[in-house]
Design a protein around this ligand. Structure first.
Ligand code: ADP
Ligand code: MG
Length: 559
């Protein structure tokens, strides 16, 4: 039935629309990238679905995107012959936001346009960015394979509601008509649109076609392809400009800021695949959300297979974006198959190494960018030593810490920096953990280290103590928690220090006994120590006992 309904947007959509229209005002042109991105995704999805059922092509197998405009009517129209949407799809996809955590995210927004426009970059704008330039948007769509009468017409002014009705549509796929705002008239212009397509969508896999205006190539008025239309990763590195790599990142990632770095590799031999991997400059709002989408885009022989293929990367590298295009996997590979496939395991091992190498290189060559990476994703990298035992040395090299050397809360010190500053005779890497930086920094455990000029790493992230449980050594040097057990300062401690401690222990034997009795079952032992210079006493944890931070985590988990 074709009955017309008026429905309200989900509250989150209303908030997002509001925000976007105001904060992305100076970034208007991104709407085109978003819409072409969606059209390209829709073509990809159709090609994938048609692997099983080629009747979905409906005698129109040439996948393409068409871009038109009408300067008089002040409209821009984008059409694809991709997978299309059913009525239910439309209500769901163009009326709600399905990502969990969205409501909480939107609540953080301040109303300060500058700040919000950055935050919104962590979110991604998508289809709703149409309303930055349009005061009314119409969508015509029909799902591939559905009857002509099941076409859908959706319309909205972006003011809180939309209408939806069934209409007859001969062609499958989706057409989006933007009724431009007065201040967006510039987009109803052939050369402006061509430039934008070249700029943002040159290397998507499908042709974007516009009517020829010059008549230079082909007949005037006939559709001609305006982009390069070869998937970026299939080109060789030397053919690709940095700008093109960056635009392709934005096409696949939802992000509209530049990536920090990327790595593009064609692998031939035992395995045959191409990987294009990116490190984002900013963490998405749902980095810590279990259900958040993550993983790479998987293609097999250039045919799109799935988004968010998680099996190609360990969890602690989940911030990585990119594409894997395999020539070894079968076109009908599924998520289940990916889970127990030895080819996938091999690719995962190689890709993991690539990401770690890319980060090491960034750290070496562009330390400021690496610092930005660490500030955004450091706590995720800290999951690495536990999850990826075989790479823990490499991961160790990528970690950054606060330290008594800088005295600063910022995590900027690498283990290599630390080792370079080790004292003669020092064999261990010393660290302290605490709930927060100030507590750690003022701990009496640090007194003797200050006196001896020995650097101590200061760990105060929630995950730190847990991580240290998996990080036993780096570069052949063991880690030592300064608040644990007998303190062994190696050769930094002089014979004199040791003798002094022994003598004091003998001399104060009675006092030690008395304190121990008084504290009875609350302590295991009471000892004389060289640890302290100013404080009279401190608590230490046994070598094999749970640390204070860990205890709290376990308590919080109800154990
Ligand atoms: P995203 O692309 O990140 O999923 P968007 O807001 O851009 O988010 O689009 C929302 C959803 O709407 C898409 O996931 C897709 O299901 C659907 N959609 C948008 N544009 C098209 C299109 N041209 N053809 C088919 N489906 C589309
Ligand atoms: Mg999109």
């Amino acid at each position: 039935e074709s009955q017309k309904e008026t429905l309200g947007f989900q509250t989150e959509v209303k908030q997002l629309l509001n925000l976007m229209i105001h904060s992305l005002y100076s970034n208007k042109e991104i709407f085109l990238r978003e819409l072409i991105s969606n059209a390209s995704d829709a073509e990809d999805k159709l090609r994938f679905a048609a692997l099983k059922d080629d009747s979905l092509f409906e005698n129109d197998p040439e996948l393409k995107i068409r871009l038109d405009y009408d300067a008089e009517k002040n409209t821009v129209t984008l059409s694809d012959n991709g997978i299309g949407m059913t009525r239910d799809d439309v209500v769901q996809n163009l009326g709600t936001i399905a990502r969990s955590g969205t409501a909480e995210f939107l609540q953080q927004l301040s109303g300060d346009e500058k700040k919000d426009s950055k935050l919104i970059g962590q979110f991604g704008v998508g289809f709703y960015s149409s309303f930055i330039v349009a005061d009314a948007v119409e969508v015509y769509t029909r799902r591939a394979g559905a009857p002509v009468e099941e076409g859908v017409h959706w319309e909205s002014k972006g003011d809180g509601e939309f209408t939806i009705e069934n209409v007859d549509l001969d062609e499958r796929g989706t057409t989006i008509v933007l009724h431009l705002k007065d201040d967006a008239r510039e987009f109803a212009d052939g050369s402006r649109l061509r430039n934008l397509v070249k700029k943002y969508s040159d290397h998507i896999s499908f042709p974007v076609m516009m009517k020829s205006e010059s008549g230079e190539e082909g007949e005037k008025g006939e559709y001609e392809t305006v982009n390069d239309a070869t998937a970026l990763w299939t080109l060789s590195r030397s053919e690709i400009k940095d700008e093109e790599y960056k635009e392709f990142y934005k096409h696949i990632s939802h992000d509209f800021e530049d990536p920090l770095t990327w790595s593009h590799n064609k692998v031939e031999g035992k395995l045959d695949y191409t990987s294009l991997l990116y490190i984002p400059g900013r963490a998405p709002f749902d980095l810590y959300n279990r259900e958040a989408p993550r993983g790479l885009k998987l293609y097999v022989q250039r045919v799109f297979i799935m988004d968010d293929a998680e099996q190609f990367l360990p969890l602690y590298l989940r911030f990585t974006k990119g594409v894997i295009d395999s020539n070894d996997l079968s076109l009908n590979v599924s998520r289940e198959i990916l889970q127990n496939d030895s080819t996938v395991d091999s690719i995962r091992t190689a890709v993991t190494k690539r990401v770690l190498d890319m980060l090491s290189k960034l750290a070496k060559k562009e330390p400021e960018k690496y610092q930005q990476f660490w500030n955004e994703f450091g706590t995720v990298m800290k999951e690495g030593p536990a999850e990826d035992f075989s790479n823990r040395e490499k991961i160790g090299g990528l970690l950054r810490f606060a330290s008594t050397h800088t005295g600063d809360e910022a995590q900027t010190v690498s283990l290599d920096d630390y080792i370079g500053r080790m004292k003669e005779g020092q064999s261990k890497i010393y660290y302290i953990t605490a709930d927060n930086f100030m507590a750690a920094k003022s701990s009496p455990h640090l007194e003797v280290f200050r006196k001896k000029g020995v650097e101590v790493l200061i760990l105060s992230d929630r995950i730190d103590e847990w991580m240290m449980g998996y990080l036993n050594e780096y570069d052949g040097k063991q880690f030592q928690d300064v608040a644990r057990g007998e303190l062994d300062l190696g050769d930094v401690e002089t014979e004199e220090d040791k003798k002094h401690q022994e003598e004091a222990t003998k001399e104060h034997k009675d006092l030690l006994e008395r304190i121990k009795n008084a504290l009875s079952d609350r302590v295991q032992d009471v000892r004389v120590t060289n640890r302290l210079t100013d404080s009279p006493a401190c608590l230490v944890v046994g070598d094999f006992d749970m640390g204070a931070q860990m205890k709290k985590i376990m308590e919080a988990a109800g154990q």
